[in-house]
Each structure stands twice: as C-alpha cells, then as structure tokens.
Ligand binder design. Structure first.
Ligand code: TXA
Ligand code: MG
Length: 333
C-alpha cells in the first residue's frame, strides 16, 4: 500500500496519473470525495470490483455507487436518462447526490448486486474529479472502510480500516461534508429517497416534485435499498441513543454497568452531575455542521477507548433526516 499526500484544490497531475493507471490495471485506489473517502475500482472490470468486496468484507447483495466525471459520462452506464435525471444532475452535480437508474448491460452484475439498476454520481472534489477524468473510466467506489463500520473522513481512517488491501491512497486531507450522499431512485414511477444525506429534501422536491419516502421503517430510517437494512456506519464502541430527558438516566445506567462512557450531546444541553467522569463532546446545533463533524467525532471517541457512546437524539425536523438515519443504523449491532 502506498499513501501519497496531495493538494485538495490543485492535485499534482503526476500523482493523479499514477492513480488513473492503477485503476486501469484493475487495482484499488482510495480517494477523497466531498463526503467520505471512497475505495475505487474500474466499474467495468468485474475482477477489480470483486477486490473491493474482499477488501471491505462487503456482502455481495450490497450494490456499489459508480462515480463518473460528468452527467454525459453517467449516460455511458445508464440506459435511460429521464428529464428528472437531467434536471437533478444540472441542479446538484458535481455534488452529494446519487441517482439510481436502469443500467446498461456492460455494467457487471457484481457492481449492481444483480439489480437491473445502477447508482451513479459526480462527486464534487477536485481530487476525485481529476482522477475520474484521467482514468477515463466509471469508477465503482463504496466508502473506504470495512463493511458496517464508521465511514472514513481522513486518509488515516482508511489506513486504519483497510491497510494493505488498498494499492494507493490519495490523501487530500479531511473531507468536509461528513455523511454520505443522498440516494434517489429514479427507476420507478415516482422518485424515491433511498438514503437521506445533506441535501435537504425540499430542495430536491423543488426540482422534481414530490419524492416518496416510501415504507418508513419504524425507527424513522428511509426505505432500505439493498444492503441498507443491517447495521451500518458503526463505531467500535456501542452507541446508545437517548432523548434529552433520558440523558441523565442513560449516562448513569451505562456508568454503572462498568464500561468507559463517552457522550455526544448538542451544545446547548446542560449535563447532569453524574457525567463528571464522562468524556463529553458538544456538537453543533445546526444540522449541516453536525453532519460535517459526526464521523470525525465518533472516530475520536472510539480512539479514547470508550466502551459506549451515549448520543443525544437529534431533532426530528427534515434537515436532520440524514443524521438521524446514520445514528439509528449505528446503534445496531
Ligand atoms: O457519499 C457517498 O455516496 C460515498 C462516496 C464514496 O461517494 N459512497 C458511499 O457508498 O456511501 P456505499 O457503498 O457506502 O453506499 C452505497 C449505497 C448503499 O446504500 C447501496 O445500497 C446504494 O448506495 N445503492 C447502490 N446501488 C444501488 C442500486 N442499484 N439500487 C439501490 N441502491 C443502490
Ligand atoms: Mg458505506
């Protein structure tokens, strides 16, 4: 495994060319997107994509997002490009929006987990865009972490999680948006939200009209796409969600069961006395700022050796959907 630092804004073309060459040779290259680090492989090379599944320990029923350099290139992997796709691409690409559309037959089954659809997006990060352009390939890239674990927002997280399974890590510094892209399915009658992210749903609806949030799971998570039901985005420590009025009792209970307790609370909460020997992180009360810091904070708390992280439940308002979804999944074991 090789790690090369490069400027996030003006990536060295020689380093990008090396990454592109490795991708064309069927190797794995980790790179920053504006959201999390991705673990990339040539999406048209089934053997290369198989190495992603092996490296991550990813179950084969979980399909992978294909990253492309532009909306034109997205049309090389999808066989339909409805007006809604064009409108969403115009509004949000490059950016943290993933579109699910019918796939072209040359996209290997392993990428789509055998589905007739493929997920595509154009990431808004100069390193990712330069790499995609130089490789002249669609690049399949899930988050660069072991399956079900916390997503990486720095190159160091990638090394920690995947180590030598990756051929090259392009280290463009910490990513800034934190939680993964919003996933919208455009292959059915009505656009459907499969995974909430940081683009507010009303902003998407302003472009395409009503978006279904179909069968909500009881816990408020959006309808699962394949591979989304199970535990996901989890830190090593056990994560416990508590409403603000249950915080005190929860902290006390967890302390008494003996483990090392950490807490992630909204910055305006007053903590009980019982929390004296609890490592507390206060998070922003604005959803976007909270999302941007979430994974980095959970990585930090994990690194302190905490056995349990008590997280104050965030508001139910629509701008918090993405964060609520990730917290909910992170509590699953
Ligand atoms: O921000 C992101 O989206 C990051 C960066 C690297 O781009 N990627 C990412 O990939 O989060 P991953 O593999 O961790 O999540 C992919 C999600 C999964 O929830 C998967 O179920 C869904 O996209 N997905 C992929 N292809 C799909 C398809 N054909 N139909 C429905 N859902 C799909
Ligand atoms: Mg992931």
């Amino acid at each position: 495994m090789e790690l090369i630092e490069l400027s996030a804004d003006h990536p060295d073309p020689a380093v990008i060319a090396l990454g592109a060459r490795l991708l064309r040779e069927g190797r794995l290259v980790a790179f920053p997107t504006e959201k999390v680090y991705g673990l990339g492989a040539n999406a048209l090379d089934a053997d290369a994509v198989a190495r992603i599944f092996t490296a991550k320990g990813r179950p084969s029923f979980n399909p992978i997002i294909v990253h492309v350099a532009s909306a034109e290139l997205a049309q090389d992997v999808v066989r339909e490009w409805p007006d809604m796709a064009a409108a969403l691409a115009r509004a949000f690409w490059p950016g943290p929006l993933t579109l699910v559309l019918p796939r072209k037959p040359h996209v290997p089954n392993i990428v789509t987990a055998g589905l007739d659809t493929v997920a595509v997006r154009v990431p808004a990060h100069p390193v990712a865009l330069a790499l995609l352009a130089a490789a002249r390939l669609p690049v399949a890239a899930p988050s660069a972490n072991k399956s079900t674990m916390l997503s990486p927002t720095t190159a160091a997280h990638v090394v920690q999680s995947l180590g030598d399974a990756v051929d090259l890590i392009l280290d463009g510094g910490p990513t800034t948006v934190g939680i993964e892209s919003t996933v919208i399915d455009l292959s059915g009658e009505q656009p459907t939200l499969l995974r909430p992210g940081t683009i507010a749903l009303p902003n998407i609806e302003a472009v395409v009209g009503p978006v279904a949030r179909a069968t909500h799971a009881a816990d408020g998570a959006a309808r699962p796409s394949p591979g989304m039901m199970e535990r996901h985005y989890s830190p090593r420590a056990r994560l416990v969600l508590a409403d603000v009025h249950d915080l005190e009792a929860t902290l006390e209970r967890e302390r008494q069961t003996g483990g090392r307790v950490a807490a992630l609370v909204l910055s305006d909460v007053t903590l009980p006395v019982a929390s004296d020997d609890v490592r507390v992180v206060r998070a922003p009360t604005e959803a976007g700022a909270y999302a941007a810091r979430l994974y980095a904070t959970l990585h930090e708390l994990d690194a302190t050796g905490a056995d349990v992280i008590v997280v104050e439940q965030v508001p139910a308002a629509v701008e918090w959907l993405g964060v609520r979804d990730r917290l909910q999944r992170a509590t699953r074991r």
